[in-house]
Design a protein around this ligand. Structure first.
Ligand code: APR
Length: 229
């Protein structure tokens, strides 16, 4: 089976009703998201940071996968599919995708602040001050904050370097290192970029831009790829 890698960003969840970062002028309660999703904010005002993620987690229990997420699952019939997502929602998993790598963490998980290997699934929306890990330290969102290391980037480079086909969906390609992954794809591999603002990424060969929303652009491409498999 050919290896097909899908790199997604906030845009694939937009039609599920989840706000993107830069389309919603990147603000939350008049804070810049970069100010809230950061170790400094956690140091100075952990309650505010917890509330930011609690509100997004609460919304996650109210939204569902859209046609874009669902269509991608069908590719698993004929391809060895790996999703690499910048999103922290679980909509790919809920749509039925089998292999999802989260570059920036997961909203429905929390982790210890003394031992990053202690990670807990959250089955409710609220993470509060006083919620502690088994070692007695405050739990934090299992999210990669601005300025923190993207621990999963090396496995992601490994995966995308071996791709025969790459589909990029719903990302502005401005946040590194995620945006740099496209540079590791072999020149001869077919690449598709589905996004209303899709642009020719500098120096990337064999890239087809599909300037459509995910719900509109993903299903026909999936049909085409299943036919040619
Ligand atoms: N279908 C497809 N793409 C869409 C849709 C849609 N319905 N609506 C918006 N888009 C596109 C926008 O054109 C834009 O290119 O989704 C992209 C959203 O870009 P960003 O808001 O920058 O989101 P993303 O690229 O995922 O941001 C990357 O930045 O803030 C950090 O960690 C955060 O993971 C995030 C990272």
């Amino acid at each position: 089976m050919k290896k097909l890698v899908i790199l997604t960003g906030a845009g694939i969840s937009a039609e599920s009703g989840v706000k993107t970062f830069r389309d919603s002028d990147g603000l939350w309660k008049n804070y810049r998201i970069e100010e809230v999703a950061s170790p400094v904010a956690w140091q100075n005002n952990p309650e505010m940071v917890l509330e930011f993620y609690n509100q997004r987690r609460k919304q996650l229990f109210e939204v569902k996968p859209n046609a874009g997420h669902i269509a991608l699952v069908r590719l698993e019939e004929k391809y060895n599919v790996q999703i690499i997502t910048q999103n922290v929602d679980d909509l790919h998993e809920r749509a039925g995708s089998s292999n999802v790598l989260h570059l920036h963490g997961e909203l429905k998980k929390a982790r210890s602040t003394v031992d990053p290997n202690l990670i807990y699934s959250l089955d409710h929306w609220e993470l509060k001050m006083g919620d502690k890990c088994e070692k007695g330290s405050q739990l934090r969102p299992h999210i990669v904050w601005f300025g923190e290391t993207v621990e999963m980037i090396n496995p992601a480079v490994e995966i995308i370097s071996g791709a025969d086909i790459v589909i990029v969906v719903g990302t502005s390609m401005v946040v590194y290192p995620a945006a740099g992954l496209i540079n590791y794809v072999r020149d001869e591999s077919a690449k598709y970029y589905i996004d209303p603002k899709a642009f020719q990424v500098h120096g990337i060969a064999n890239l087809e831009m599909i300037r459509k929303k995910a719900g509109e652009g993903v299903p026909p491409l999936v049909d085409q790829l299943l036919k040619q498999a």
